[in-house]
Design a binder for this molecule. Structure first.
Ligand SMILES: *Cc1c(COP(=O)(O)O)cnc(C)c1O
Length: 424
């Protein structure tokens, strides 16, 4: 498609967009009495209007039924998480038994590492990406210490090549091969939070498993953003937060995936609690743990139903829309934003560098832009003028044109704001 940097052209794309009506499903903050252009759905998604009724339902069931709500609520609380299995499994490409929702992301990755990072005297190394999200780095360091190893002997980071912004697949595969028999675990962010680079999870998973390691993925920036086939890719485990692309609200519950092949393995160690115990016998209060055969077997506590309710609202919306429609719009709107950035760059004789891969197969709903020559004052200008973006040191703004609620006209408008911000 040949794009044009005009409002009319952007409006034409909006009129052809089957997801355009979903903008009305969301609540937008306002700046100067105008709804904002929201680019930070990769950090905290907007609130869907339908969410409140899901929360209100739990509140009124609690008011009217109190303890009886566990079994007699409109959506009974005791197995509330089972409502996610079908729609969520479609979003991440899994069997319904392979997904569950619980806790929060870093907590779940820790719990899954209890099961899948089982270092031995000879096989104990972890491969991760250089400059992984800080929470993941702290998690690796603390897990390694917990098992009595030193981080410098154990954590192997895949580096970017000198002068490059992204990690090459061939370098990941070579490192896996090199660490070989010493490799216990590969755990990488499926979509890099800083650059937006999408990794080839299928190939990396196969390579890690070929040398005898387990392979897990942190899908914080992937769930609800890219096409996932976790079951078919034979991924051992994965977890994601729900408050980024999945719009479940601040700090809300995390989703987990455990591959079917691990469901019937009683030798797999785990940190257990009563909510992971055999469903039929849970309230018999028996002394011996008998895990549910499925991802639900990793549940520990009573469900945080008030936190799950907004996530359920969101998962049902994703199920209605379908990942294929989302992805189709995502690719067009991201390409349009990239075009607008280049056009504005030419007009202002700027020096923007999009550090996200140019190849559409290696990126999704995010462009990270290195603003050579511009400073934080430009970011402040954007925020004051209703373009909500985020700033990452040293000089990068991240823009996520989320397909559910961003419009093509937003992209055009953003270009105009950006131009004024540079020229003023
Ligand atoms: C957002 C994000 C997290 C956040 O973890 P929480 O436990 O939900 O605070 C972790 N890892 C990555 C890669 C992220 O992008």
């Amino acid at each position: 498609m040949t794009f044009e940097n005009t409002r009319e052209f952007a409006q034409k794309l909006d009129s052809q967009d089957i997801l355009n009506k979903y903008q009305d499903e969301f609540i937008f903050p306002e700046v100067n009495n105008k709804k904002v252009i929201y680019f930070t759905g990769n950090s905290l998604g907007l609130q869907p209007k339908r969410t409140k009724s899901y929360v209100d339902e739990v509140m009124s069931d609690w008011a009217n039924l109190a303890v009886e709500g566990h079994f007699y609520a409109e959506k009974p609380w005791w197995d509330y998480q089972e409502r996610f299995a079908k729609p969520l499994s479609k979003i991440v490409g899994a069997l319904p038994s392979e997904v569950t929702v619980m806790n929060t992301l870093t907590v779940n990755l820790h719990l899954l590492m209890v099961s899948f990072y089982r270092p031995t005297a000879t096989r104990y190394k972890i491969i991760c990406e250089e400059k992984a999200f800080p929470s993941d780095q702290y998690m690796f360091q603390s897990q390694v210490h917990f098992h009595g190893y030193k981080t410098e002997d154990t954590i192997v980071e895949i580096k970017r090549r000198e002068g490059e912004h992204n990690i090459r697949l061939e370098d990941i595969l070579a490192k896996i091969e090199e660490v070989g028999d010493e490799l216990a675990l590969v755990l990488i962010g499926g979509v890099n939070y800083y650059t937006g680079q999408v990794f080839d999870m299928k190939t990396i998973t196969a390579a890690g498993q070929k040398v005898g390691a387990k392979v897990g993925w942190d899908l914080a920036h992937a769930a609800g953003n890219i096409k996932l086939e976790l079951h078919d890719w034979n991924v051992d485990f994965a977890a994601w937060c729900s408050y980024k692309y999945m719009n479940s609200g601040p700090g809300n519950a995390s989703g987990c995936f455990v591959h079917e092949k691990h469901h019937n393995n009683p030798d797999l160690p785990r940190f257990a609690g009563w909510w992971g115990h055999n469903k039929e016998r849970r309230f018999k209060m028996e002394p011996n743990f008998d895990p549910v055969h499925g991802a639900d077997g990793w549940q520990i506590s009573n469900l945080p139903v008030l936190s799950l309710a907004p996530y359920l609202a969101s998962v049902e919306m994703f199920d209605e829309v379908g990942m294929d429609a989302l992805i189709a719009k995502r690719d067009t709107i991201t390409a349009y934003l990239e075009f607008i950035l280049h056009e504005i760059d030419k007009e202002v004789k700027g020096n923007f560098e999009v550090i996200t891969p140019a190849n559409p197969k290696e990126r999704a709903s995010q462009l990270s832009v290195f603003l050579h020559g511009e400073g934080r004052s430009l970011f402040d200008y954007l925020m004051k003028n209703g373009a909500i973006t985020d700033w990452r040191e040293p000089n990068v703004i991240r823009l996520a044109p989320v397909p559910l609620y961003c419009s093509f006209e937003d992209m055009y408008e953003f270009g105009q704001v950006l131009k004024r911000g540079i020229l003023e």
